[in-house]
Design a protein around this ligand. Structure first.
Ligand code: AMP
Length: 400
């Protein structure tokens, strides 16, 4: 079965076409600057990339272009759009009710519309992608895979914030957690490579990228996670501050006369590695500057490492133990020094890496960096959210 996976952003549309007989990616690409010009980059394994500037009025125009490319004589990988048997959509927010991937019905679309206040940035974009597909491929089953769904089993005392309870009841203010598709994928893949049932393992998965989150997975279920009501909570990120004393927010707003949108911009786009270092949101650049002796870059790296360690410690305590620690995403998969610093002086928790293996890891595949005396397994597992979406889509489309 061939499955198209779509990830719609406010002005972008990412796509991957899978052949699920072998999990192979036949083609993938990105449309950008939708509604404000338009470009597409289309990639096929073993072929050179195709890039074009083309007016893309909306998501439907972008999807039309993608479908044309997929069947085109020069750049295509299928003969007809009818070969696409199902479409999987990445949806960031499933709200309170959705706890698993689901076939898109009118009810689910209405529910997604009602959920937009919780997800004002990504919600409308995801719906635009869904609606474009309904228009252009009305007979193809469509599945929504929600980033928050993996956290549906988190217990109330871990998702309720200690503020007046009415804000939860009336406004849905609670921990939702994000990056769930990635954490679910890497925890499942870890169990596979260890050859153990996922249900028997206590795992901490560290998704460290421009956005970062850490999740405790016990018995195959996420029991706690660092991101909360929004993807802002938790450890410091490229440009997001992560958890801070909440009173800092009104303090800065009053002192500098900032509006809610302006303070959000500061905390979302000007904080984190960028805000502390004053240099870059890219961890590679900040690390390089730190090595060259830049104080603020070094400070940013120390804050990041300490935040990660703090979460690992907390989740060991919450799970009463740990079998495996996983690193994934841009930083987790690539940055040797960050992994080394996180795992340094963690012997008390039974975590130790083999520095040689860590330095000489192989990119792009699960890689064991566990130290000789480590009680806890430590692995790098490249994430693959699109494959996870395709897998869920396949399962649901086959049942349909
Ligand atoms: P992501 O959001 O998962 O794409 O991750 C972005 C972060 O990963 C950035 O801070 C980069 O510094 C880091 N990163 C991505 N690729 C590499 C690489 N090949 N080597 C080192 N760091 C990388």
């Amino acid at each position: 079965m061939k499955i198209l996976v779509l990830n719609s952003g406010s002005s972008s549309l990412k796509y991957q076409l899978f052949d699920m007989r072998n999990g192979q990616v036949l083609a993938k690409g990105t449309c950008e600057r939708i509604g404000a010009g338009g470009t597409v980059t289309h990639k096929r394994p073993g072929e050179s990339d195709f890039h074009e500037e083309k007016e893309l009025k909306n998501h439907e125009a972008a999807l039309e272009l993608v479908l044309d490319l997929l069947v085109s004589e020069k750049h295509g990988v299928i003969r007809s759009v009818s070969e696409i048997e199902a479409v999987g959509h990445r949806v960031v927010h499933g709200g309170e009710k959705i706890r698993k991937s689901t076939l898109l019905t009118e009810d689910i679309i209405r529910y997604m519309e009602a959920n937009i206040p919780l997800n004002p940035l990504h919600g409308p974009a995801a719906l635009a992608g869904v609606k474009a597909c309904l228009d252009l491929m009305p007979d193809v089953p469509q599945v929504a895979v929600f980033d928050t769904a993996f956290y549906g089993d988190i217990e109330d005392f871990r998702y309720i914030y200690p503020i007046p309870y009415e804000y939860y009841e009336n406004d849905g203010i609670r921990r939702y957690g994000f990056h769930g598709t990635s954490h679910r994928y890497v925890s499942g893949r870890l169990a596979e490579v260890l050859g153990k049932p996922l249900e028997s393992l206590k795992i901490i998965t560290c998704h460290l990228g421009n956005g970062s989150s850490i999740t405790a997975v016990s018995g195959g279920k996420a029991i706690d996670t660092s991101m909360g009501f929004t993807p802002q909570e938790g450890i410091m990120m490229g440009t997001r501050c992560g958890s801070i004393d909440p009173t800092i927010v009104p303090f800065i707003m009053r002192k500098y006369g900032l509006t809610p949108d302006e303070i959000e911009d500061v905390l979302n786009k000007k904080s984190g590695l960028l805000g502390v270092s004053g240099l870059s949101n890219d961890c590679r650049n900040v690390w390089q500057a730190a090595r060259e002796g830049n104080y603020r870059a070094g400070l940013a790296i120390k804050i990041l490492i300490n935040g990660i360690k703090r979460h690992i410690g907390a989740y060991c305590a919450e799970m009463n133990g740990l079998d495996a620690l996983v690193f994934t995403a841009g930083i987790g998969e690539n940055q040797v020094d960050i992994r080394e610093l996180v795992c340094k002086d963690m012997g008390y928790l039974g975590i130790e890496i083999d520095e040689n293996k860590n330095r000489n890891f192989e990119r792009g595949k699960p890689f064991d960096i566990t130290g000789k005396n480590s009680r806890v397994k430590v692995w790098i597992i490249p994430t693959d959210e699109e494959y996870m979406i395709a897998k869920d889509t396949l399962e649901l489309a086959e049942k349909n």
